[in-house]
Write a protein that binds this ligand. Structure first.
Ligand SMILES: O=C(CO)[C@H](O)[C@H](O)COP(=O)(O)O
Length: 221
């Protein structure tokens, strides 16, 4: 837990007064958001774009001003977590189910910082299942396509109910441990009707802050 806190808080040092900031989702982004709350209390004028209802709730309790992604030209800096990052700056995200808004916010950002503890840094992606967000209509057909192609899909459940994202879609988690060409996989997933988005984020961070028990490393990529 310490590594997540160190990484989350370190990334906040890159925020300047007056910036528009993208707020990620998850237990590492949590520490960054708490720290941003402190900046706001100290007088920083920051506007933030949230990536999930849970982040919106947290930011609101901390008195952070939130704006819609539609109301900003771009975002100066986004701080977000990740589930796995390989040595080429490719990541799996979406363990918390917020991958669609996270990708939209990252795409609109001038600078993206991923904050992780050292357990998230891997030589190869795939121990963590890749989340794929699908619209409910015909979701079983998308599932079948993924199954036929060997990705061992699993619909995500929570409390024995199908998990619903903030956009009321389902998540299918797939096994990509046998994949080596992520670009090809991305292209294929992007081509399947019914898939809204997937959690492959290929080379999309500018900086990665990796926290361990007592220190953190900042990688500029
Ligand atoms: O992509 C995400 C949510 O959709 C999170 O950033 C990812 O799951 C990492 O979460 P945590 O910091 O709790 O380990």
């Amino acid at each position: 837990m310490k590594g997540k806190q160190l990484a989350g808080e370190k990334a906040v040092e890159y925020i300047e007064d007056g910036m528009i900031v993208g707020l990620g989702t998850g237990s590492t982004a949590y520490y960054a958001i708490k720290k941003i709350g402190e900046l706001v209390k100290s007088g920083f004028k920051i506007k933030c774009v949230s990536t999930s209802t849970s982040t919106t709730e947290l930011a609101t309790t901390l008195g952070i001003e939130l704006v819609s992604l539609n109301d900003v030209e771009s975002i100066d800096i986004t701080i977000d977590g990740a589930d796995e990052i390989d040595k080429n700056n490719n990541a799996i995200k979406g363990g918390g189910g917020a991958l669609l808004f996270e990708k939209l916010v990252a795409t609109a950002s001038k600078k993206v910082i991923w904050v992780v503890d050292s357990s998230k840094m891997v030589t190869k992606l795939g121990d963590f299942l890749l989340p794929i967000e699908v619209i409910p209509f015909g979701a079983k057909h998308v599932y079948n396509t993924l199954e036929i192609n060997g990705y061992q899909p699993k619909f995500r459940y929570t409390n024995e109910m199908l998990y619903k994202t903030d956009s009321n879609n389902y998540i299918i988690d797939v096994n990509i441990s046998n994949v080596s060409n992520y670009l090809q996989l991305q292209e294929w997933l992007d081509s399947i009707t019914g898939i809204v988005e997937h959690g492959l984020f290929l080379g999309s961070a500018d900086m990665i802050v990796v926290g361990s028990e007592d220190s953190c490393d900042t990688l500029f990529v």
